[in-house]
Design a protein around this ligand. Structure first.
Ligand SMILES: [Zn+2]
Length: 447
């Protein structure tokens, strides 16, 4: 045997060793994935079981229909669901991947474990536990909204005094001013469709979606919300618009971007394609509404409005497309949006009303009074909002705190308004991966 042949044999042996190691690593990874998939399936079944006790809980489900039927037939009592969830939490803890595991694998495990923790909190609430507002938002959404005082809102209201015509209560003056910007009912569908078209066109320039993705729009009444996206699976959504109260022209882009492109519809489409179909991660076939997933969903949907329509582009689109479609005078758009930008800084007043109301410090009438005074809601809108708080409780933080957390996260990664392409890239990345609210940094608000 010559030295050359020895070297060759050693090299072959070495390569064979590496191949064997890689094969072993691949088998281990496959085993770990299989173990996680088994746990994920148990989680999905638990979410469906909770849905039997809470009609708002399962926001979307597009896994095997048999699992839903089983949950409906079994109608497991809450105590049994709590026991199964506790056992699953133990199994999840035992299945935690090591620090050296792939980032996506670690994110998956952390996300599923936290979603399960939130499910257990919801089951405990359904079983009669009462949580204070901040405890509830922490348990369900993995976040706590900052506290703001009346004095902070009063300063913003003082700014508005000179911007709104007339005398009397500011809420009434804002209502009268805003009344000039209502979309006439016969024009509503055309305006909403034009807004969706604008949001969709902008989104498709930056995010590749499956060619068969689609949506439909319905107009409904008797709801506590103003708009809702019902994801049906297979890349389809149904958007419902509530016409109980007049719809202002600014709601067109807000609804279209928030509910559809690049908001809820796109978020669900990307989760279904990237995580459920491409990775086979079953947990993404279900969306429990009262969970950390909702802070990411609502936060990205709200931030997505600014991503799709930066201020100057939005104003131009309003003036050129939406105001004419609504039969409104485009020359008034600039003043309207200047006032709305100020009023938007009052959004955290809604959290304060909800926090005091849920904590039992004020009653429903006082909560509506607070919304009128510090949030500039009209009385009917304030009452609709209190009904929303009755139904969804601390969920309200997901909209404004969620948006601020998402904005902070994306902008800290270089996705600022000054770099729109980077902002789209970071936005798409966030809505394509399982990330928890506590992994995003909170910025101090209001500004
Ligand atoms: Zn939403």
């Amino acid at each position: 045997m010559t030295p050359t042949r020895h070297t060759l044999i050693r090299a072959v042996a070495c390569v064979a060793g590496v191949v064997l190691l890689l094969a072993a690593a691949s088998i281990l990874a496959q085993q770990r994935d299989n173990a996680m998939n088994t746990l994920a399936e148990q989680y999905v079944r638990l979410v469906l079981a909770v849905g039997q006790h809470d009609t708002d809980y399962v926001d979307a489900y597009y896994g095997p229909p048999a699992w839903r039927t089983e949950a409906e037939t079994a109608k497991a009592p809450l105590s049994a669901i709590a026991s199964r969830a506790a056992a699953l939490a133990e199994a999840m803890a035992a299945a935690a991947p090591g620090e050296s595991a792939d980032e996506l694998v670690r994110l998956r495990h952390q996300y599923l474990a936290r979603q399960l923790e939130s499910l257990r909190a919801r089951v405990s609430m359904l079983s009669g536990a009462t949580l204070r507002f901040d405890e509830e938002s922490k348990a369900l959404y993995d976040a706590v909204a900052p506290v703001h005082t009346e004095a902070e809102f009063s300063m913003i209201l003082a700014d508005l005094e000179s911007k709104l015509p007339g005398t009397g209560r500011l809420a009434d003056r804002f209502d009268a001013f805003r009344g000039r910007f209502v979309i006439p009912r016969p024009r509503l569908d055309a305006v909403i469709k034009a807004a969706i078209d604008g949001c969709r066109t902008r989104t498709l320039q930056h995010i590749v979606l499956p060619p068969n993705e689609s949506f439909s729009v319905e107009y409904v009444t008797g709801k506590s919300w103003s708009g809702y996206n019902w994801y049906q699976g297979n890349y389809r959504s149904l958007i419902q618009v509530n016409t109980d109260l007049p719809i202002y022209v600014d709601r067109a882009i807000d609804l279209a971007c928030h509910e559809e492109y690049p908001g809820h519809h796109v978020y669900n489409v990307l989760l279904e394609r990237n995580l459920l179909r491409d990775h086979g991660w079953t947990e993404f076939s279900v969306y429990p509404l009262f969970s950390p997933q909702s802070l990411i969903a609502e936060g990205t949907a709200n931030y997505g409005i600014d991503v799709a329509f930066p201020r100057a582009e939005r104003l131009a689109f309003e003036q050129q497309v939406l105001f004419p479609a609504a039969g409104l005078d485009p020359s008034t758009a600039e003043q309207y949006y200047a006032v709305l930008a100020l009023v938007d800084r009052l959004s955290y007043a809604g959290n304060e009303a909800a926090r005091r109301y849920i904590n039992g410090d004020i009653d429903a009438t006082q909560a509506a009074d607070w919304l009128e005074r510090y949030g500039l809601y009209s009385r009917p809108r304030a009452e609709q909002r209190v009904r929303f708080i009755d139904q969804y409780r601390s969920y309200v933080i997901n909209y404004n705190l969620g948006k601020d957390m998402v904005a902070n996260y994306i902008e800290s990664r270089g996705g600022s308004a000054a770099d729109p392409n980077r902002r789209w890239t970071e936005f798409a990345r966030l809505i394509s991966s399982p990330r928890l609210p506590s992994a995003l940094t909170v910025r101090s608000v209001p500004q």
